[in-house]
Design a protein around this ligand. Sequence first.
Ligand SMILES: [Zn+2]
Ligand SMILES: [Zn+2]
Length: 345
Amino acid sequence: MKALVYHGPGSKSLDERPMPVLADPGDAIVRVTHTTICGTDLHILKGDVPTCAPGRVLGHEGVGIVEAVGAGVATFKPGDHVLISCITSCGRCAFCRKGMYSHCTSGGWILGNTIDGTQADYVRVPHADTSLYPVPAGADEEALVMLSDILPTGFECGVLNGRVQPGCSVAIVGAGPIGLAALLTAQFYTPAEIVVIDLDAHRLATAQRFGATHVVNSAHEDPVAAVRTITGGLGADTVIEAVGVPATFELCQELVAAGGVIANVGVHGCKVDLHLETLWARNIAITTRLVDTTTTPMLMKTVLAGKLAPDHLITHRFTLDDILDAYDTFGRAAETQALKVLIAT
Ligand SMILES: [Zn+2]
Ligand SMILES: [Zn+2]
């Protein structure tokens, strides 16, 4: 089969690899029909993710059709259409029993990290019963790829951790796919203001289409002053960090209102400063989280019911044969205006 293989920092290729085989009774082998590339894959290629060893097939998002299941799999059978979660969970360990699937002691984020992933014709999914989700007949399977990672990540790490409430003010720093996923799902709670801040005019225009009440181009405008004006001088009740660099995390500390929450979503590759000298008396909270994907079934219902249209995040389409072009397009998003690239196998 064909697979996109990581060969160490800066190096990847589309290789011929043996088909995955069932290694545990709980495994399923899934024929991947659609996958995508995540910002996290670019972090791996930069060498930011030491757990991902050279030789790894990348990818942790996708939908597909079950090809084979181990003897212990009760929920799925060959031929079933499934959504592959970016988080693998056993459902039984102490963390899973708390709903913290991201820290499952025999799972978590392992696909395309510590085991081979979804940017391939086939993938082995451990703990299939609790790590795959059934896709009903007739569903838009391309749109559902957005449910593997970015929608639950934006929702759980940004909106839920950020305690978005009716009438509150939300500032989202970063209008990439994750920031836009937070924007889409924040609207479940009808906040009064959602301000999206980015440097890219095209992404801000997309944010406006997706329901932002205000957009701020921080290349031309001071985002702190803009958010103060929009919120009557108070700052934002929820500030969602969806970039993952020191400058944006520091900006969040200036944007948050007294009593507010900074919900970090960004993947940080280096340390950042925490300004406790100004924040100690401000009653704020800072949250961090790796997505648990506990909300995936709920999000799937909203998509199937037409309440959420994540397919609007798909800007480019490729086949697995052209996945190197897909990486190039996704990696040069500022020039190509890429959000999510969909890859059909
Ligand atoms: Zn991802
Ligand atoms: Zn577990």
